[in-house]
Design a protein around this ligand. Structure first.
Ligand code: IVH
Length: 670
């Protein structure tokens, strides 16, 4: 095919695909089969593959997500993204209405009522009809440029139906509840951490540097604010919404009314039936319709006077406690859990609620067989609010807190003054061992991808691991023999376990799961001692002498390393090749000019990503901090540097570009 011909067919195909995307994702009314759609898409991809010079930014092919980014650049919003003040119920709404009338000296005002979508707010910009920038809210003034990710959202057009020089709009990105549940099921099956709610899942997807991840998630956007449309003139919010709809966006205008009582009833009703919507809403938004009146009222520092959010109360349900079970956590903490008669709450079926500890059960007087009020405030696990005592029959049974660990039958201890009961069998209680391995592999510890709770339980139950050190002697043949473990997953798992040997010392310290030793203490110890052997050899006096290490932490460390078993465990990790020294210590590449110097990185460097640059600095004996101060020695600036650059200029701090930075690192002289 000739180029001119290809060009013409490409344009046709793009129009066809855009039209079907609009039918499917915006109108929710597909008019061709997936099969036929895929054929058009395949043809488009094949042609673009043959004529890469003909690929355009607004081609539907661009939705699949391009190359991963090294980091997000900052995006400064032309006008800040505001938030809303809240109304907690109809009385607050009436008060808002009265104040509005007073401020405007009117006796009637018209409002639009919208859903308050529980997602993340974004700004989207089109230039000459083509999507050029998508950015997160950030602190309202500066957000992150997440254009590549926003382009993957199927109901955000890459091209406007009618091009104008500039269009700026704002809205909410979210994950439909059904897609959220599917995503969590998939993640759970793969042993990855599940998201707490659709909002976290949507935000997590938009924050990924690799746009392919966002492309795989079924993200959607609803647009609700038109900030600026060059050459167009509107007088009302409803008109703006209509315009956006005509331009191909998904919008909403459930109600327009000047009757505050109607609005109150409407909001209350939606509070009841919010789960009939395919996405989560946490309230309703009431906005003055007339843009001139909006302008007249203006904004406070963080939120407008012309709008208010009606927040729904947390949802509650009444259900029965069928039984109470206990769970043993990593530290041996024994948590009672109520098994409930399953009941729909906040869009999901709820069958369990945490009861925290024995005192909580006593305080609320929760008995087996009781009817209880449960509530969910945005998270997956609901809580018990109270017992419905009117429903008691007298047959309810008091819960007797176990005196033996349900997993290993060791007598439970509950130190004076503490609410939590524990199983003291830290070393061989199966529950604690399993949870300990889960912690060891988790993201902030050894960060072993693909090794989540489900896989660890499977490995443990099949006797392939007895503690975390056994991970490093897993054999492929044994792995593939497990259910649901294919050749590829086994290879990946082993590869990720191998990679974890290079983890940083502070992550390893945290991974050990020593009581009171979190990530921060891990960092302090790694920086102070630089070597696992030195930490193990340190006595109590030496430890408490360190800033930020108190007596309790010091004691816990000494206890941990006094145990022959723990020392043996660490020795095994060392034997298998797990890194035991800090990056600084590992290096014999220290550079005199860098030792003890403080660096700040800003902007995108041409070749190095931030992490690599920071590692090089550490290796050379310097350190990296996140903000510029008088103590900063060098600022390394790349493209689109942020406010750190200006601050560095103000403070007259030496600014280096990538090449100058590399020269400094290469300098061997004093
Ligand atoms: S209007 C000045 N409308 O709620 C206009 N916001 O606290 C401010 N939100 O950050 C936003 N649905 O992320 C508006 N229909 C809607 C909304 C909405 C959800 C979010 C938005 C904002 C927060 C307000």
């Amino acid at each position: 095919m000739k180029k001119a011909e290809a060009q013409q067919r490409l344009e046709e195909l793009r129009e066809i695909i855009r039209g079907h995307d609009y039918q499917y994702y915006v109108l929710d009314n597909p008019i061709i089969s997936d099969f036929d759609y895929d054929r058009f898409m395949q043809e488009l991809l094949a042609l673009e593959n043959n004529f890469p010079e003909l690929v355009t930014a607004d081609s539907p092919s661009q939705r699949v997500g391009g190359e991963p980014l090294a980091e997000f650049t900052a995006y400064r919003h032309r006008t800040p993204l505001l938030s809303l003040s809240n109304a907690y119920g109809s009385d607050d709404l009436r008060e808002f209405h009265q104040k509005t009338l007073n401020d405007l000296s009117l006796d009637s005002v018209e409002y639009v009522v919208e859903y308050k979508i529980d997602g993340l707010s974004v700004a989207v910009i089109y230039e000459d009809g083509v999507l050029t920038v998508g950015a997160t809210r950030g602190d309202g003034t500066v957000g992150e440029n997440v254009t590549a990710n926003l382009k993957t959202i199927k109901n955000i057009p890459l091209k406007l139906k009618k091009a104008i020089p500039r269009l700026e709009i704002r809205g909410e990105v979210y994950l439909p509840r059904e897609s959220f549940e599917r995503l969590n099921q998939e993640r759970d099956a793969l042993g990855e951490a599940v998201f707490a709610n659709p909002r976290n899942a949507a935000a997590g997807s938009i924050r990924q540097l690799d746009p392919k991840i966002a492309a795989e998630r079924d993200l959607r956007a609803i647009l609700y604010t038109l900030m600026y449309a060059e050459g167009e003139n509107f007088t009302s919010q409803a008109q703006c919404t209509h315009y956006l709809q005509e331009q191909g966006f998904t919008t909403m205008t459930p109600l327009i009314s000047s009757d505050i009582e109607e609005i109150c009833t409407y909001c209350e009703e939606w509070g009841q039936k919010r789960h009939t919507l395919p996405f989560d809403i946490d309230g309703m938004v009431i906005k003055i319709n007339d843009l001139a009146l909006q302008k007249q009222l203006g904004n406070r520092s963080r939120n407008p006077r012309w709008a208010i959010a009606y927040k729904f109360p947390p949802e509650q349900q009444i259900t029965q406690v069928e039984s109470i079970a206990v769970q043993v956590g990593r530290t041996g903490a024994i948590t009672p859990i109520a098994n409930l008669t399953p009941i729909p709450l906040a869009g999901t079926m709820v069958a369990r609620a945490t009861l925290h500890n024995g005192d909580f059960i006593k305080e609320k007087d929760i008995r087996i067989g009781d009817y209880v009020v449960i509530q969910k405030a945005g998270e997956i696990i609901p809580e018990v609010v109270s017992v419905v005592s009117e429903k008691r029959t007298g047959k309810e049974q008091e819960f007797i807190f176990p005196t033996l660990c349900p997993e290993c039958q060791t007598p439970v201890v509950r130190p004076e003054g503490e609410a939590v009961a524990r199983c003291p069998n830290t070393l061989s209680c199966p529950a604690q061992v399993r949870e300990g391995i889960i912690h060891f592999a988790s993201r902030n510890a050894m960060n072993i991808d693909g090794l989540g709770p489900a896989v660890i339980n499977q490995l443990y139950q099949n006797g392939l691991i007895h503690n975390a050190a056994d991970l490093y002697i897993l054999e492929k043949e044994k792995l593939v023999a497990l259910e649901r473990m294919g050749e590829r997953s086994a290879d990946n798992l082993l590869k990720n376990i191998e990679a974890s040997k290079n983890c940083r010392l502070e992550a390893l310290i945290f991974a050990l799961g020593i009581r009171l030793v979190g990530q921060n203490v891990g960092k302090i110890l790694a920086a102070h001692f630089g070597d696992m052997a030195a930490i193990m050899a340190a006595d109590y006096e030496e430890l408490v002498a360190i800033d930020e290490i108190g007596p309790k932490i010091a004691e816990s460390l000494v206890d941990y390393f006094a145990s022959e078993r723990n020392r043996h465990f660490i020795q095994r990790l060392r034997d298998y090749g797990v890194n035991m020294v800090s990056a600084e210590e590992a290096s014999n590449d220290v550079v005199a000019a860098v030792i003890g110097k403080t660096f700040v990185l800003t902007g995108t460097l041409p070749n190095l990503d931030r992490k690599t640059a920071a590692e090089m600095i550490a290796k050379a004996g310097g350190k990296t901090t996140s903000s510029v101060s008088k103590k900063t020695d060098y600022v390394i600036a790349g493209d689109n540097p942020g406010s750190k650059y200006t601050k560095a200029q103000e403070l007259k701090i030496t600014i280096l570009d990538e090449a100058e930075f590399l020269t400094l690192l290469a300098s061997k002289e004093e």
